[in-house]
Structure formats: C-alpha cells, structure tokens
Ligand binder design. Structure first.
Ligand SMILES: *Cc1c(COP(=O)(O)O)cnc(C)c1O
Length: 389
C-alpha cells in the first residue's frame, strides 16, 4: 500500500538476503571455545563469585576498554545503580538523563531514591543534545555553595547520565564540559556500546564510572551480566565493597559496614564472558560490514535515512537504526508490520521515559528530539552472522 514499507523491505532483503526462518533483531553467538570455558568452570567448582574466573574476565575487559578498573556485576542495571552510587547520588537528588533510553537507566536512578530529570536527545546521534541541554541548564540551574540546585524544585542536581544509544557514541566532549561547568558527576550508560569509541577513547570511561551490559541481546553475552568501568583506585575499591554486601575484608567474622548489595557476577557467567571477548574483534568487523551493506541498500530509499556513525567517534553497530523522514507513528508501525510479516523482526525505539506512568511527573525540559526519534526510528536485524549472507 505505502511505497515506503515496500522500499524498506526491499532494502533489508538486499542487505541481508531472504528471510527463511524469522530473522531476529540480535542473536548471541556461541562457539566451541565458549562451551569449553563454561565446562572448565563447572569442573573447577568455582561457579559463584569467588575464584579466578571473575578476575580473569575483569582483566580482559580492562584490556579491551583501557579502563583502569573493572568490577563485574550481575547485570547492566545493577552496574548503573552502582555507577550512580559512586557518583554520590543521594536520596532526593536529581539526575539529568535522556528521556529516550531503556527503562533501566531511569530505574537505576529510582533505586537511589533519586529523581530522574529528563533532557532531550539529538535525532541524528540518538543521544543527549548538548546544545539544547546547555541552553536549558542556563535557565534551570542555580549555583549554590552545596552545588548545583534546580531552581524550580529546590533539589540538588547531582549527576549527568549519558547514554550511548544503539552503540552510537554520544558527544562526550560537550557533555564533559557541561558536567564540569555545572559541577555534575558524569556517569555513562554504555550498556549497548562495548567496542564504541568517542575521540579514540572507549565509551564508559569518560566520567566517574560507566556501565556495560552482557545481556543475551548485547554484543557479547554472559547470559546475564554487567560491569562497572572506573578510573580511580579508591572508587574502584569502594565499588567492590558495595557489590559484595559491604563486608569488611580481613578478620574471620562477618562485619558489614553499610547496607551493601549482592551484585557480583558469578564465575560461571564470567567464564563465558572471558571466552566471548576473544571473538569481539571478529564480531565487530562483521557488524561493520553489515552496517555497510545496509548503507548501500538504503542509499536508494526515499523517505528514510540510516543512523550514521558520527565523524568524531566509532560505533560498534550494535543495532542498525533507520529514521523515517516523517514523524508518523502510524507509518512507523506499518513499516514494522510489513517487515515482521516478511520475517524480518524490526522494532521501534523505546517509549520515552516521560511517557511512562511512573516517570510522567518527573522534571523535564522540552523533548522534541526524543519524541521525534520515538515517532520515526526503526531498529533493523543486526546480528553479526547476517554479514555472511
Ligand atoms: C541493556 C541495557 C541496560 C540494562 O542492562 P541489563 O543487563 O539488561 O540489566 C541499560 N541501559 C541500556 C541502554 C540497555 O540497552
């Protein structure tokens, strides 16, 4: 009926070949080395967080990301919760974060009994729009001896949470500058961006702490898992403490000095993660090739534009996104239905947080960019194996 649905379907088919069975959005890949690693862990008996597997995984992650310290945890959401705690977010504080993100980013703020304060996103980059944010902060922020305060609500604005959406790196230079100017702790949700860089530096390493996720749909997986990237040694030691029930080391008994969390990653998951990391480079190369195929195929589609890799960074191409020129949710859903019916499993962006019932009343700036992305974005099947078609 509408040409654009047919054109997009044809472009997907051209890029990845015919859909035999339904083609998922993103599938994990496991090889013989993954099976051997998990078997080895089972044989050793070190399936929980104690033992050598977690440390080996953390060391390998530190090497890949060039983070000085890595603390592996049970999932990306727990990693975000810990990042915010490390940033000094306290009950009643506000955290600036994009409305256009996965719900885990906002939930992590709520777990700190803090308040999400939603800021707008740039439709080209899908991440926080630094220019719009700068203009907004000028109107909303009040400089006080205790730090920056929201002049509308009277609450402290403690932190700025950047999110790298679909693997596209956010403009970290601009966000670092704003965070420094307003004395905000900078933290990053790099759950989707393992292997993505801004200005040659790995995402998740620009602020006090950054969160990675190894959920089954991410670039590499540990089944469930996450990690916190940290530069400062003392902060890293505190992260280990907080994620292992805040138990004091040394001595024979059980002494805990605050309410901690049981957030450390089990060895069984870490063993899988260590093996998965060995295939990261190969996987990223294939994902880049797939993104190039989509780019070639979508070159001739009128009315839709692929999300581009920014000039100042590199994307892991976790999910390929395409923006319809029209901000029309009905058209978006029609394209999704047409492609799904043909066996290509596409999906829209997340519903922006300010439209969800539990976050509806949070403070926010005008959010035209987030609403535009929500109305126009589709995510395309993006497993690395599709590059082999
Ligand atoms: C996956 C994801 C998370 C949460 O990670 P889990 O490991 O599923 O808890 C957080 N933020 C974003 C943007 C994500 O994509």
């Amino acid at each position: 009926m509408t040409e654009i649905s047919d054109d997009i379907l044809a472009a997907i088919e051209q890029a990845i070949g015919p859909a035999g069975a339904p083609v998922p959005l993103h599938e994990p890949e496991f090889g013989a080395a993954d099976r051997t690693a998990v078997q080895d862990c089972l044989t050793s008996g070190w399936v929980s967080s104690a033992g050598p597997y977690v440390e080996r995984f953390e060391e390998a992650l530190a090497e890949v990301t060039a983070a000085r310290h890595v603390v592996a945890v049970v999932n990306g959401t727990a990693a975000l919760h810990i990042c915010l705690r490390l940033a000094g977010v306290r009950p009643g504080d506000e955290v600036l974060m994009p409305s256009l993100t996965f719900v885990a980013s906002a939930n992590a703020v709520s777990y700190c009994d803090a308040v999400a304060h939603f800021v707008d996103s740039d439709p080209e980059r899908l991440a926080i729009d630094p220019d719009a944010l700068a203009a907004y902060l000028e109107t909303v922020c009040e400089d006080t001896p205790e730090g920056t305060v929201n002049r509308m609500t009277g609450r402290s604005i403690r932190a700025l949470l950047a999110v790298h959406v679909l693997g596209v790196p956010a403009d970290m230079a601009a966000l670092q500058e704003l965070a420094a100017h307003y004395r905000l702790a900078l933290v990053e949700d790099a759950a989707e961006s393992l292997g993505s860089y801004f200005a040659g530096r790995h995402t998740g390493t620009f602020g006090i702490a950054g969160a990675l996720s190894f959920n089954g749909n991410k670039v590499i997986t540990t089944g469930g898992g996450g990690a916190v990237l940290i530069d400062d040694s003392e902060i890293a030691a505190y992260a280990r403490h907080l994620t292992t029930t805040a138990r004091r080391e040394g001595g024979v008994g059980f002494v805990h000095d605050e309410v901690g969390f049981n957030y450390r990653l089990p060895g069984l998951n870490a063993a899988l993660g260590r093996a998965q990391l060995d295939s990261l480079g190969d996987q990223l190369a294939r994902k880049r090739k797939l993104a190039e195929r989509y780019r070639a195929a979508f070159g001739s589609v009128d009315g839709a534009t692929l999300v581009a890799e920014p000039a100042d960074g590199s994307s892991n191409h976790w999910l390929n996104g395409v923006m319809l020129d029209a901000a029309d949710p009905m058209l978006r859903d029609q394209v999704i239905e047409t492609t799904n019916a043909a066996g290509y499993l596409t999906r829209p962006a997340w519903t922006p947080m300010h439209l969800l019932p539990m976050y509806r009343d949070c403070p926010r700036m005008a959010l035209p960019g987030a609403e535009r992305i929500f109305a126009s974005l589709l995510c395309l099947p993006s497993s690395a194996r599709l590059a082999a078609a």
